[in-house]
Design a protein around this ligand. Structure first.
Ligand code: SF4
Length: 886
């Protein structure tokens, strides 16, 4: 009998921070995943990504050993080189010549050590993180309004609200379990009003009473107008404004020019819809405003955050059950990174460089000889400094800036020019790792051990389930070894994560009292936590201290803020339009965002075949009017160009897309698509306060990409396929799919196919082929016995058969005679169905299967579809799409 153990841990993907009950079969390195029914973030629910975690722990894609200049090396060799390179750069050029670029994937303990090393001991604050791209506008907005980076509310408010406003958030895909809770709240209370504010009509609108498809970037106008409306309709909470806030007069003066009609004009909305939203907001006391990247990723994101907060302060709707502004963080530990000072302007424990007392306090606590005295460079400027040769040694941890940063082609050039680049990652092949002089194998989820903090300030344990893969080590250990080599042995004495956690907790409580001034982040209740208690730590929302030993669900319920006066600050907002506007050359607005089944740059989610089937290729969503205007056809290819870069994508004509706007997903890298990196397109402008890039608004042009040929290869074995301009690789269940298009037609399709799949293999297989040279069609299918091995379709036309039926054949142990005969048609034989594009990733149910069942069985609800096909009955992420089919 196999020995198994049950371990509670936390999902490593989004900021919802779902708890997981993992049943671990250690000898066989297998994990069965279930939602943790007791975890307050999810109460047992998981989305498609979380549910598939057990399928992502294989070792094939892992970085297992250190690599130095392309050769496998020992840990000592790799660590010596990192330390020497950093030391030499500091000695020759000063501490500003080195930098660390971290990630919201790091655990809090890793983050703490990285920040302490860079800011406290190397003496430069050039430590920034990919969280800069995600929520730094929320940090800055909170800090201006509250005096602290505090999320006031908690998830329980979903069930207590009377109205929810989802702003710049495709919650259904980006925070799926939160969306499930919101849907359940709506089902339980149909009177709950839900308003979605987003230029796109996304699947989140499935539960909306009202969708406001505002002009991209115009949110500041909308919320300024709301503040004016609230004042005019006597909805202000004057007592709250008087007792607990400052600056209202300036804020309302700034808002006063925004009548409903003016807002409608600025935002390109119906005035009646704007008025409806304002009336509902005015009429519901318990309003929750949930906002995400659509607000943050803007050149005026900080103002937008404060425009939302203004409306809550003006009505006193903050810090109480069911109400308040609520920033939904993107990454699993974006909040933990903020706690330890992962952003370049922060220090640690919610202290920062704007306060000399903070610098002195942290220096004394760390016994730091050399603490940085000023903020470091935020992400975009940091990589500009690398490009300009000012940063000579760079260490990138758990992130892929060659894909995710704006103007991403420049990031490639920057890394090429840099004297020394170290990359710590758990994955061997990444677009960023290509430029590394040293690759450091970091432990991945299921191996590493520490804590993360989710969007509602809830600290949870991420626990090790398996032994480390190869020689992979925890990030905190790697950092500690380099720190010791740099001469900081005493300050970096850690032997296990609990020691770091205790120190982090102690710093949060250090001089955090009435005498020295109170700070919001205080987990001093954990400063003496025992090893055993840390192992058993249960989720708790900070602060955790003498006053709140079990944590605190809501902050500001007492009306006390962390400003000098103790009062919240209204911010007078002058709404701005985005910096780069469309023009004759680049007439459209490019929007970017996440997909349901992928995470960030796909390094881990693509390992689970089931997560690659919902949206297998990079695509561009275009409104039908724009498709007609620019000659684009559904499922054909399009070329997108901005002043910064180019991308190829499959055309998806979508009525939910706002005319004049296009949307592309953020996930594809050069590991999976030849021209699919959206970061190459994005303008490198940013908010002057938060320094967060404007990833939702870049002027772009689009045109059909006309290739000389189009095709696809399906292969049981992974291929080393290069050449065609358009090349997308998709891992499936027992097959790899390659989508292709090229400008030059090979002289012989037979030769090309033979070289592609391997000539020696072809000799042992039985192959059928069809060639119509006049029409430019070639098709081949190869079997070994009755088992399908490879299929190749090429054509001068883009319209090839759908791949669903053919890919499904790879799961069969053997093909029937009628299936073999049908192979070169690409269509199922009579009596066999094509499942179509996968809609339900959990149960592998396709669009055509669902559509057929709806028609044949007269199904009326998603519940009936679930009973019939199981689709939508596990994680529920696909319910909006099932409802769309209904
Ligand atoms: Fe993970 Fe999904 Fe939960 Fe996010 S919503 S934490 S991705 S299971």
């Amino acid at each position: 009998m196999t020995a198994t153990k049950q371990v509670q841990t936390t999902c490593p993907y989004c900021g919802v921070g779902c708890g997981i009950d993992a049943v671990v079969d250690e000898p066989n390195r297998q994990i069965k995943i279930q939602g943790d029914k007791a975890h307050p973030a999810n109460f047992g629910r998981l989305c498609s990504k979380g549910s598939a975690l057990g399928e992502t722990i294989e070792l094939n894609s892992r970085l297992l050993e250190p690599v130095v200049y392309g050769q496998q090396a020992t840990w000592s060799e790799a660590l010596d080189l990192v330390a020497d390179s950093f030391a030499n750069a500091v000695k020759t050029y000063g501490p500003e010549a080195v930098a660390i670029y971290g990630s919201g994937q790091l655990l809090t303990e890793d983050y703490y050590v990285a920040n302490k090393l860079m800011k406290g001991f190397i003496g430069s604050a050039n430590m920034d993180t990919n969280s800069r791209l995600c929520m730094s506008s929320s940090v800055a907005g909170h800090k201006r309004a509250f005096g602290s980076d505090t999320v006031p509310g908690c998830y329980e408010d979903y069930e207590l609200a009377d109205m929810m406003v989802l702003i710049g958030s495709n919650t259904a895909w980006c925070h799926p379990v939160s969306f499930q809770r919101i849907r359940a709240a709506k089902d339980a209370n149909p009177a709950l009003k839900i308003v979605v504010i987003d230029p796109r009509r996304t699947v989140t609108c499935d539960i909306a009473d009202l969708h406001l498809p505002l002009a991209s970037g115009s949110d500041g106008f909308l919320f300024n107008g709301l503040l004016k409306f609230l004042a005019e309709h006597n909805v202000l909470n004057q007592a709250y404004i008087d007792q607990h806030t400052e600056g209202f007069a300036a804020a309302i003066a700034a808002a006063n020019r925004f009548s409903v009609e003016a807002v409608a004009q600025h935002c390109l909305l119906d005035a009646a819809d704007v008025a409806q939203f304002y009336h509902w907001f005015a009429g519901h006391e318990k309003v929750l405003s949930l906002y995400s990247q659509g607000i943050n990723q803007s050149s005026s994101g900080t103002d937008k955050v404060d425009a939302i907060i203004n409306c809550h302060l003006a009505t006193g709707r903050i810090g109480k059950p069911g109400m308040g502004p609520f920033s939904l963080t993107g990454q699993p530990n974006a909040m933990g990174g903020r706690e330890v000072g992962g952003l370049a302007h922060q220090l640690a424990a919610h202290m920062d460089f704007s306060n000399a007392g903070d610098i002195d306090r942290v220096a004394r606590f760390w016994n730091s000889p050399n603490i940085a005295q000023k903020p470091g460079l935020p992400a975009v400027e940091l990589f500009d400094a690398v490009y300009d040769g000012k940063i000579k040694a760079l260490w990138i941890m758990g992130t892929n800036p060659v894909v995710s940063l704006p103007n991403a082609d420049k990031i490639k050039q920057a890394l090429k020019r840099c004297d020394f680049v170290a990359v710590s990652d758990c994955i061997a092949n990444t677009d960023t790792g290509v430029f590394a002089h040293v690759l450091l194998p970091a432990q991945g989820w299921s191996e590493k051990d520490g804590t993360v903090t989710n969007s509602e300030r809830c600290i949870s344990r991420q626990r090790a389930l398996l032994d480390a893969a190869g020689s992979a080590m925890p990030d905190w250990w790697i950092l500690t070894q380099v720190a010791r080599r740099l001469g900081f042995e005493e300050a970096f004495h850690y032997k296990k994560p609990v020691e770091i956690f205790r120190e982090h907790a102690a710093l949060s409580g250090f001089e955090n009292d009435e005498v020295h001034g109170l700070r919001d982040f205080d987990i001093s209740g954990y400063a003496h936590i025992s090893d055993a208690a840390y192992d058993a730590l249960q989720p708790a929302q900070w602060p955790v201290n003498r006053l709140y030993p079990k944590g605190r669900a809501r902050i500001f319920d007492d009306g006390k803020y962390f400003t000098a006066s103790g009062k919240a600050q209204f911010i007078a907002v002058t709404p701005q339009t985005p910096i780069n506007l469309p023009d004759a050359e680049f007439p459209l607005v490019l929007n970017t965002g996440r997909l349901r089944d992928q995470w960030h740059t796909m390094t881990r989610t693509t390992i689970a075949a089931k997560l690659n089937q919902h949206k297998p290729e990079p695509f561009v969503e275009v409104h039908p009017d724009d498709a007609a205007r620019y000659g684009l056809e559904a499922q054909a290819l399009a070329q997108l160009e901005t002043r910064w870069g180019a991308m190829l994508a499959r055309v998806d004509i979508a009525t939910g897309q706002k005319p004049g706007n296009v949307f592309v997903p953020m996930h594809w890298t050069e590991q999976f698509a030849s021209w699919g990196r959206m970061g190459a397109l994005v303008n490198p402008v940013f908010d002057p306060i938060s320094k967060q890039p404007e990833s939702k608004h870049t002027p772009v042009r689009i045109k059909p990409y006309r290739a000389a040929w189009y095709g696809f290869v399906l292969s049981r074995h992974e291929l080393d396929l290069k050449g065609p301009e358009y090349l997308v690789k998709v891992k499936g269940n027992q097959f790899y799919r390659y989508e292709l298009a090229g400008q030059s037609i090979p002289e012989s399709w037979q030769d090309w196919f033979a070289k592609t799949v391997g000539e020696s293999l072809l000799d042992t297989w039985f192959c059928q082929e069809y060639h119509d040279a006049a029409k430019g069609n070639y098709r081949a299918a190869c079997l070994e016995g009755d088992r399908l091995q490879a299929v190749f379709f090429a054509s001068a036309e883009v319209n090839l058969p759908e791949r669903g039926w053919l890919t499904g054949l790879f799961e069969k142990p053997g093909l029937q005679v009628n299936e073999c005969r049908a192979l070169l048609t690409g269509l199922p034989p009579v009596g066999e169905a094509d499942v179509g594009t996968i809609v339900c990733a959990c149960f592998n149910v396709g669009k055509k299967t669902i559509a057929a069942a709806i028609k044949e069985k007269s199904l009326k609800t998603h519940q009936e579809v679930g009973q019939c096909l199981k689709a939508g009955t596990n994680c529920g992420s696909c319910i909006p799409e099932i409802k769309a089919l209904l």
